[in-house]
Ligand binder design. Structure first.
Ligand SMILES: Cc1cc2nc3c(=O)[nH]c(=O)nc-3n(C[C@H](O)[C@H](O)[C@H](O)COP(=O)(O)OP(=O)(O)OC[C@H]3O[C@@H](n4cnc5c(N)ncnc54)[C@H](O)[C@@H]3O)c2cc1C
Length: 280
């Protein structure tokens, strides 16, 4: 948190800048003189000097010349799709603990708030009925997966695609793609464009059509994966089958993009209850 002596001009905006390793740097004004400044990178990529990179950017900006550092914080976040199940006997996971974070932005507050609300509601019902088994709590998984869970699984594909490409090229594409469509793709997992806008985008992205065509194919997979998550099983008995469908789509996706594998599918996966008590 930086405090600046004079109000910044962008007090009603959020500012993002790309950094190496598919990370980003941000300036979020809380007020016109109190700015949340930060930087994130993906821990699957080569490590970055976070503080140095941030310092370098801050020193290029005149509004921060006489700024005072008010507070500092750092933490890690799960930038991945949600865990396939967040319940076990007598157990519900919410928020970061369940991977309820947008994998492209690291935004985890909405997922934490929504999942906590649903989890609390299911917990109250389960306790009232005297059944806190995994199968009784399973509906909570469906709540998550058929809402933001499917969107996060979809945007995760863009994240994976991005790690397979060069940052400069991504910046050029991102700068040419209309803002609203890009925001939709990154938050909802899908977006649409009018013909006129498509043509304009084609002109603006000249030189990147191969990448754009691949991106188009990624967007098709993103739509398909949301459909798979919409069909998340209503009980744990169909869980394995569902995972096989999803993993098949992921295999196609890795083949299509050449992206580094982020998840491994196992022939037989286990729910937490099947694994039994965890030991230290
Ligand atoms: C630098 C940074 C910037 C971010 N910016 C944004 C943003 O702009 N927008 C956004 O949407 N998200 C942002 N996030 C992500 C967001 O903060 C998290 O996704 C969100 O807070 C997760 O909420 P949570 O309740 O799951 O976990 P947390 O907020 O981490 O809460 C977990 C709590 O459990 C406590 N705890 C841990 N262990 C124990 C224990 N054994 N016993 C008792 N208590 C325990 C912790 O102290 C903590 O208070 C940011 C994260 C970071 C690190």
């Amino acid at each position: 948190m930086l405090e600046v002596p004079d109000p910044v001009e962008y007090d009603d905006a959020i500012v993002f800048k790309p950094t190496d390793e598919l990370g980003y740097l941000w300036y979020f004004p809380r007020t016109a003189t109190e700015i949340n400044v930060g930087l994130g990178f993906q821990m699957t990529e080569d490590p970055m000097q976070l503080v140095e990179t941030l310092k370098q950017d801050i020193t290029t900006r005149s509004e921060f010349k006489n700024a005072t550092v008010k507070d500092k914080l750092g933490a890690s976040l799960p930038t991945r799709r949600p865990y396939d199940s967040a319940v076990a006997d007598g157990f519900l996971a919410v928020g970061d603990a369940a991977g309820h974070v947008n994998p492209t932005t690291g935004g985890g507050i909405p997922g934490a708030a929504k999942s906590a609300h649903w989890a609390a509601s299911h917990a109250v019902d389960a306790i009232t009925e005297g059944d806190v088994s995994e199968s009784r709590l399973w509906e909570y998984n469906s709540d998550v997966m058929t809402s933001f869970g499917k969107r996060f699984a979809a945007v995760d594909l863009y994240n994976l695609w991005g790690t397979a490409r060069n940052v400069d090229e991504l910046v050029e594409i991102v700068s040419a793609v209309p803002g609203q469509q890009l925001a939709d793709a990154l938050s909802k997992g899908t977006s649409s464009m009018s013909l006129k806008l498509k043509l304009k985008t084609l002109v603006d992205t000249f030189g990147h059509w191969d990448a754009l065509y691949e991106l188009y194919k990624v967007s098709r997979r993103a739509t398909e994966i949301t459909q798979i998550y919409d069909a998340y099983p209503e009980s744990s008995s169909a869980f394995e089958e569902w995972r096989i469908d999803r993993d098949e789509l992921m295999e196609e996706f890795y083949e299509l993009t050449g992206a580094t594998r982020k998840y491994w599918s196992s022939p037989k996966t286990q729910t937490v209850s099947e694994i039994g008590p965890l030991s230290h």
